[in-house]
Write a protein that binds this ligand. Structure first.
Ligand code: GUN
Length: 288
């Protein structure tokens, strides 16, 4: 049985149209246009593409964007100066520091400096804490994108065995926190696997829903997938000039019930949920 392909494009388009409508209504009501400030340090070509895509998506949704492109030689203290300026600028509602930062920059210190109300990535400890307690201010963009696939495809999370491969602060940990919350899109039994997990395939084969975010090209194969499972591939890797996910698509699709493609899958939803968070940030910062 061939898997259903969970295409990101139509889902992202539908959600972006909804966000654009909500943004237009917000701007009409308040006179405020939401604004995202993107901070890009260095010349990593992939990061440049990601930030450009985020800016283009903002424009289409009626959200203003600023680009702050700094040289790879930028110091942590210079970066902290820029973040302080953006924190204090009332016309900026969301601040996104594109990762990874160059080796010389103290990533934790920089991310912690973003004021929590403008932290549209939901990386700040205050926002992580609120998420853990089931009262999120912002849902982190990539985990929220994964969840949108499950909700739109009608995949039941309640009581489901979910296995997440990868324990990153950006995807694995927050997604696990979201899936164990009570209510819609939650109530799952979640296992988080990582490089020290014993007999990984035995664990992944238990999953009704398998999410892979490990940053290794085509790492999960069909032999690691339970027949009929839903597979969400968060990875984006360039191999011989071609983009591939963390899942070996062909072998996994032959076993899974549904699977997200790369490209054209989770990445589009990550950008979409950033738009949502930027609108939420503007709402939170606008009196009345
Ligand atoms: N680099 C890779 N993923 C992300 C993300 O979700 N947010 C930011 N700011 N940088 C990233």
């Amino acid at each position: 049985m061939a898997a259903i392909i969970l295409e990101g494009k139509p889902l992202a388009e539908r959600l972006r149209n909804e966000i654009a409508e909500q943004t237009a209504a917000f701007t009409a009501r308040t006179g405020v246009t939401p604004c995202l400030a993107a901070v890009l340090v260095g010349d990593d070509p992939a990061s440049q593409v990601y930030v450009r895509n985020k800016q283009k998506a903002c424009e289409k949704a009626g959200i203003r964007s600023q680009m702050h492109h700094l040289s790879a030689a930028t110091t942590t203290s210079e970066l902290l100066g820029l973040i302080a300026r953006l924190n204090g600028d009332a016309s900026v509602h969301g601040i996104l520091v594109q990762l990874p930062l160059p080796k010389g920059c103290n990533e934790k210190q920089v991310l912690d400096a973003v004021t929590p109300l403008k932290d549209v990535d939901a990386f700040h400890p205050e926002n992580v804490g609120l998420l853990m307690q089931g009262r999120p201010r912002f849902l982190p963009c990539t985990p929220h994108g994964c969840l949108q696939f499950l909700l739109s495809a009608g995949v039941e999370t309640r009581g489901a065995e979910v296995v997440i491969v990868g324990r990153s602060d950006i995807v694995g940990k927050p997604l696990a926190a979201m899936l164990i919350q009570k209510g819609r899109g939650g109530d799952a039994t979640v296992t988080v696997c990582h490089s020290r997990t014993r007999d990984l395939a035995q664990v992944t084969r238990r999953a009704d829903i398998l999410v892979v975010a490990i940053g290794r090209p085509q790492f999960v194969t069909g032999a690691m997938v339970k027949p009929g499972a839903t597979v969400i591939d968060v990875g984006i890797n360039r191999v011989d000039g071609r983009l591939v996910g963390d899942v070996d698509f062909d072998s996994a699709a032959a076993v899974a019930g549904a699977i997200t493609p790369v490209p054209g899958g989770v990445g589009l939803l990550t950008v979409t949920m950033l738009l949502k968070n930027t609108l939420t940030a503007a709402e939170l910062q606008t009196a009345g």
